[in-house]
Design a protein around this ligand. Structure first.
Ligand code: SF4
Length: 249
């Protein structure tokens, strides 16, 4: 029996320099066609409406790259096929910068319980270097809007061991991110993946990551800061209680 659903929305407003996920530049017409195909796909898998699920996760790409009309169509489609009122967690991935108040309200009004935001680093120069669309001010704006509208189960993703990132730079990002006091944080060290802009630069020798010792120091610092702020790792949290403050590192 299917207990969890993952729905992929493969569109982004901008393609980040390190990203090897399945994604395309957002185009309204292509996204419309994708939503039609998605509904057909769900209908062939789910044989009756309002199927019960434990969790639903809508990821990408960037689901919030869809315009308001398309986002509404997507959440209504999900509501039709899945019983969103009884799921224990219904998550949407979002990017700071394209998560408007209108989009937050659409998500909240249609049963979404959790937002996972790709923040990556609290440093505008680093964000530009990564090819990200957003800037730090967008993160503050989105966290404020989400809390104001009542979607308070927020998770943010961070990255470390970035090109030109010092230990102190990462430490500052972590400190600033932790002051939001969110229920969940994830942190990943940058991997240089084939078929990305970073990979091309890495091969040419124009891009380097911090030395391994610095990356290890960042990891140890991350673990310590998470523990000191009362977070426990995901594995332990699943064993103990789903409501605990969690970090994935
Ligand atoms: S927003 Fe996410 S999925 Fe889209 S290009 Fe950037 S990292 Fe990849």
């Amino acid at each position: 029996m299917i207990t969890s659903a993952y729905i992929h929305i493969p569109f982004c407003e901008k393609i980040c320099h390190y990203c090897d996920f399945t994604k395309f530049f957002y185009e309204e017409k292509m996204a419309d066609e994708y939503l039609v195909a998605l509904e057909n796909e769900i209908a062939t898998t789910i044989n009756k409406p309002r199927q019960k699920m434990k969790t639903i996760f809508v990821g990408g790409g960037t689901p919030t790259a869809l315009n308001n009309r398309q986002l509404l169509k997507l959440v209504q489609m999900i509501e039709h096929y899945f019983d969103v009122d009884q799921v224990s967690e219904y998550t949407f991935e979002a990017n700071p910068g394209d998560l408007t108040k209108e989009k937050i309200k659409i998500l909240k009004n249609h049963g979404v319980t959790r937002i996972s935001m790709g923040v990556q680093v609290m440093d505008d120069k680093m964000l530009e270097q990564l090819g990200r669309l957003h800037r730090i001010k967008d993160v503050y704006q989105n966290v404020n809007d989400l809390i104001q509208i009542g979607l308070t189960n927020i998770s943010i993703d961070l990255m470390y061991s970035l090109p030109n990132q010092s230990f102190e730079g990462f430490s500052k990002t972590l400190e600033e991110a932790l002051q939001f006091n969110l229920p969940h944080y994830s942190a990943y060290s940058l991997q240089i993946e084939p078929k990305t802009i970073f990979y091309q630069r890495y091969k040419k020798g124009t891009l380097t990551k911090p030395p391994e010792e610095i990356e290890a120091d960042m990891y140890e610092h991350l673990r310590k800061e998470m523990r000191d702020h009362g977070y426990i790792s995901m594995k332990l949290a699943i064993l103990l209680s789903p409501d605990m403050k969690v970090s994935i590192i």
